[in-house]
Design a protein around this ligand. Structure first.
Ligand code: NOJ
Length: 522
């Protein structure tokens, strides 16, 4: 590492790699077929060996589980399905002891309809908590997510409708009520006192509602409001949360889930350095394997976020979308090349459990479906051991395994240095060892259409990454001498780069010797 590179001072999350754990499907310690916190603890070795900087836990709070935990009935307790508060404390301590950070999912837009706050709120029109939620005499045309129909449900006893941008069992909180703000800040304090390092903030763009409650044109054509809701008040709430985070001794990090499919809209959640530290950008999550789409999405993020100093995030898979290998037609070769691209982009990288194993979505039969939003495929249990039941002894797991669980099991892949798991490990190690990859500038190089090529540079530290999207070999010669540091598929790491890329192959290149400046002759 060069001297200039060593001098980079940045908060821990810049350039970090965060591993998303979906607790229901990660690892089961008690044999009831559903993953739990003790199970996560037992598998921390895997995550640490992979080399990530932090984990993010999808909700494990008390919940009736209508939306798999995103319907929270107590933000400050753990659902017995997952364990106890003491289990969470141990998980936080053990994650830290292994040199990793831990982020929790914070769900501020709505609660469960079984949350004591909502039970009180719906009990009568003059209950002191009535206005903690959003009640109206008449519904407007707003549409809920997951095909749930109107975003308003009538409470027959009190004769008013309550708002829910998601399921009827997930009433929206009224963030204009000071007591709601106080209570929800209390939740943050509760977890920060227990040592967590930050939060992924669920559906944060949904918090502010149009105060006129006018009909929405998108809803008029049947689209859920959640996909478009982007009100100034959501930004005000984000600025408040950021102020809170900056003043808190933990200096926790906040990353917002912004479901609005526009990078410009996402950029506004960063504020003028007074909004969230980071925001997910989903307009890129379901991009197909295509050289033009990939270029466009990266150029757009670099072009819009870069000049504003807004730190990008990159994610290819999560618990709400088909896994990217599945979207890429099931191709392992593409999944491996995509990993090279993902882990060499400028920004903070979010991995979804199991992508390091090259998993595809599970085939979930009609009798096995659980999620009202049809998102069971990517939520399948992680196969740990090569031999059935793949580390899930006891009751049958709550969803079927992804295809070929023995081949993809973590145990099988740790024993095979050519596996996609070892590729992820090598990429993470390369990223950690290079300030260019972790913090450096991103600059696109001129290249044949089929090859996406970019340079990352920080001081004298420099890498070139080239990704061949086509099903044919391509040439991409570079001036100077370059060594292959990581190859997505095939042999060659440590060898000199000769300007040739195999079909759907991606390479990380490192300068050999002391020459500087990478110029494409392609
Ligand atoms: C986004 C979460 O990722 C998703 O799983 C959930 O259903 C909605 N927010 C509602 O909380």
């Amino acid at each position: 590492m060069s001297q200039a590179a060593e001098q980079v001072v940045a908060p821990w999350w810049r350039g970090a790699v965060v591993y998303q754990i979906y607790p229901r499907s990660f690892a089961d310690s008690d044999g009831n077929g559903i993953g739990d916190l003790a199970g996560i603890r037992q598998r921390l070795d895997h995550i640490q060996r992979l080399g990530v900087d932090a984990i993010w836990l999808s909700p494990a709070y008390r919940s009736p589980m209508v939306d798999a935990g995103y319907d929270v009935s107590d933000h400050c307790d753990i659902d017995p399905l997952f364990g106890t508060l003491a289990d969470m404390d141990r998980l936080i301590a053990e994650t830290h002891a292994r040199g990793m950070r831990i982020l929790l999912d914070y769900v501020p837009n709505h609660t469960s309809d079984q949350h004591p706050w909502f039970i009180e709120s719906r009990s009568s029109r003059d209950n002191p908590k009535r206005d903690w939620y959003i009640w109206r005499d008449r519904p407007n045309n707003w549409v809920a997510a997951f095909g749930a129909g109107s975003a308003w449900t009538l409470d027959e006893r009190t004769g008013q409708y309550y708002l829910h941008l998601f399921l009827p069992e997930q009433p929206d909180l009224n963030w204009r009520h000071p007591e709601v703000i106080g209570a929800m800040y209390g939740v943050l304090n509760f977890w920060l006192d227990r040592g967590v390092d930050g939060f992924r903030i669920d559906a944060v763009h949904c918090i502010g509602k149009d105060p006129t409650f006018n009909d929405d044109p998108h809803c008029a054509v049947g689209q859920p409001l959640m996909l478009h809701n982007d009100q100034p008040y959501s930004h005000e709430v984000c600025r408040g949360l950021r102020k809170f985070a900056d003043a808190h001794p933990s200096h926790c990090v906040l990353v917002g889930e912004i479901f609005v499919r526009s990078t410009e809209a996402v950029l506004r959640y960063y504020g003028e350095q007074d909004g969230l530290h980071m925001a997910f950008n989903f307009s890129h999550l379901d991009t197909p394997w295509d050289e033009v789409d990939a270029r466009d999405r990266i150029r757009e993020v670099e072009g819009l976020l870069g000049p504003k100093g807004a730190w990008p995030t990159w994610v290819l898979s999560n618990h709400d979308f088909p896994r990217h290998r599945t979207s890429f037609g099931g191709s392992m070769r593409r999944a491996r090349a995509a990993a090279v691209m993902l882990l060499t982009l400028r920004g903070t990288i979010f991995l979804y459990q199991g992508e390091e194993l090259g998993l595809e979505d599970a085939q979930v039969g009609p009798d096995e479906q659980v999620d009202p939003g049809g998102r069971d495929g990517p939520r399948a249990p992680i196969p740990w051991e090569s031999i059935p039941p793949h580390g899930w002894s006891g009751e049958k797991p709550w969803l079927p395994f992804p295809p070929h669980p023995s081949t993809h099991a973590a145990e099988t892949q740790w024993q095979d240095e050519h596996s996609i798991l070892h590729l992820y490990r090598r990429l993470l190690a390369a990223r950690k060892a290079s300030t260019a990859l972790r913090y450096g500038d991103w600059e696109e190089l001129s290249s044949p259409l089929e090859v996406l090529a970019y340079r990352r540079r920080c001081g004298e530290d420099e890498r070139v990454v080239c990704v061949n999207f086509s099903g044919r070999p391509q040439q991409f010669p570079l001036a100077g001498r370059w060594l292959i540091e990581v190859v997505s598929e095939g042999e060659g790491e440590g060898a000199s780069y000769d300007g040739n890329l195999d079909a759907e192959q991606a390479l990380v290149l490192k300068r050999a010797g002391r020459e500087s400046g990478a110029e494409s002759r392609g």
